[in-house]
Design a protein around this ligand. Structure first.
Ligand SMILES: Nc1ncnc2c1ncn2[C@@H]1O[C@H](COP(=O)(O)OP(=O)(O)OP(=O)(O)O)[C@@H](O)[C@H]1O
Length: 239
């Protein structure tokens, strides 16, 4: 299975103080499911931001889809980001757009015609159980409903990687389980999934997932799944 994400000696420092993240070296396999855990402030959101290219590291190498993402020309970043779906901790739905239009956003950004957008949006709304609320604005939806719209928006363009930051933080246990089921069904379709969570119960529901654990700015590898032999990138080292 291909290595879809590779970090080598990555460090992240905000301002002049200590590094928030230090010596991150790990590999994520395409098609695997990872939980990212760690105490509040351990750096989970920071690691995810590095992963979806919202933040550049202070040092080290990050390879995504086999390419060096740190030295990548700025104009190529949007194309790369479109291959990664993100569920933000605070949803970040567009307030003046309906649920359907929020979900359609990535397809519109990708330049798809209106005629070809309608069907996948309808399917997504049905998948998250919100067909009846297609025209509702985010402010009129419950936290769990907004969460599901955010997830639908993150996955509608079929990203190769799905990153979710505390996606069950605002929902009851039954809804958390349902959301986990949504992520797992994507994973079964081949998407690489990374979910940051504090929720032990949730992690126990998916014993086959790999664990990433941040402590003191360093990454622990409790299931031994994060270190694989580095892949040789074409064109590197004269190769
Ligand atoms: N933009 C920033 N500028 C300066 N410091 C930051 C910034 N973002 C995060 N930090 C600091 O980096 C550390 C890690 O924060 P981060 O949000 O990554 O942790 P987290 O594990 O996601 O926490 P939580 O579980 O509470 O969401 C914290 O000490 C935080 O204050």
């Amino acid at each position: 299975m291909a290595n879809i994400v590779q970090f080598e000696n990555v460090g992240l420092r905000y301002g002049a103080g200590e590094e928030t993240l230090a010596d991150l070296s790990f590999t994520l396999r395409a098609g695997s499911f990872y939980f990212l855990t760690g105490a509040s402030g351990a750096g989970k959101t920071s690691l995810l931001r590095l992963l979806y290219l919202a933040q550049r590291p202070s040092r080290g190498i990050i390879r995504l889809f086999g390419e060096d993402a740190v030295i990548m020309p700025r104009e190529r970043l949007p194309g790369f980001r479109r291959r990664i779906g993100v569920v933000f901790q605070d949803f970040r739905l567009v307030p003046h757009l309906s649920a359907a239009d929020n979900i359609a956003l990535p397809l519109r950004v990708a330049g798809m015609s209106e005629a070809s957008i309608a069907q996948p949006v309808r399917e997504m709304l049905a998948w998250i159980g919100l067909s009846e609320r297609a025209q509702s604005r985010p402010a009129t939806l419950s936290g769990g409903e907004q969460q599901r719209v955010a997830i639908a928006r993150a996955v509608i363009a079929r990203p190769e990687i799905l990153v979710a930051d505390e996606p069950t933080g605002n929902v009851d246990p039954a809804m958390a389980e349902r959301l986990l089921h949504l992520f797992d069904s994507l994973h079964k379709l081949g998407t690489t999934v990374v979910v940051a969570t504090h929720d032990l119960h949730l992690m126990n529901r998916l014993p086959s997932a790999q664990m990433m654990r941040l402590e003191g700015g360093r990454l622990l590898d409790p299931t031994g799944a994060l270190r694989h032999p580095p892949v040789r990138i074409e064109g590197e080292d004269g190769g």
